[in-house]
Design a binder for this molecule. Sequence first.
Ligand code: PAF
Length: 291
Amino acid sequence: MDKPGVPLQGAYTTKAVRELVGSWRLTHQTVALVPTMGNLHQGHLSLMEIAREHADRVVCSIFVNPTQFGVGEDFESYPRSLADDEALLAEQGLVDLVFAPDDKDIYPFGVEAAVRVSVPQLHGELCAAGRPGHFEGVSSVVLRLLGIVAPDVMVLGEKDYQQLVLLRRMVRDLQLPIKVVGGSIQRERDGLAMSSRNRYLSASERRTAPKLHGELKRVREALLDGEENLRALETEASRALRAAGFDPDYVEVRRAGDLSRPNGLESAGDNLIVLAAAWLGKARLIDNLRI
Ligand code: PAF
């Protein structure tokens, strides 16, 4: 695709972003939002490309949201690289506006006193099991960003598949007039899903990391070959990851639409997905593969 080469503007307050988006609205232009926590890589840029295809204007928000990090998680050390991110976005020419608010703009009454929303679906399952409060933090901040930017379209990566399913559900349940579009996982040449957290991997962990994708591929092949014992496949994949040096949180086969558990006798045509989260050193890696 030819890059459109749009000039990048910056907005650092809610007021500024509203004014600019409001001026586009006056001329009936549509708006897509790509919410991010910055430290942008090719995976994010692919989302900006998708956003560009869906709307006249593209807004990329960059905000490291404190409420989605649990106690002992990496909020303090999460990579913050706003100047580099802005330079990359300006060079790519895919985004009209970068919105990089500070905490006070997003949480005017403070983080502790902030209104929160939660999506009851999948409570305590998959990534929610190991990260209590995480998805409430995500849905709460995304609802705020949607309220500020008021986009027609929101583009999210499929690597955080549970996040995508939950945010789709939130948008539908609250009847927000916003189309949610998922962008496929971007991978390094060896199969590792691109992620800002890959930078936490040591050199030897980085060599091991693609095995996570490898195990998902093995599960997928077994299912396509007709294996029906999902629990045995999940257990075997976790065992193999452990043997390779990972500390897996889960490997699970679910229905792709709503992440519910399949009955066990579904075939490949039933639209399944295998998802995994596993620690490798200081990095918690997540990945998934459609069957
Ligand atoms: O996926 C992310 O980067 C974050 O969870 C999001 C959607 C930007 C909310 O903070």
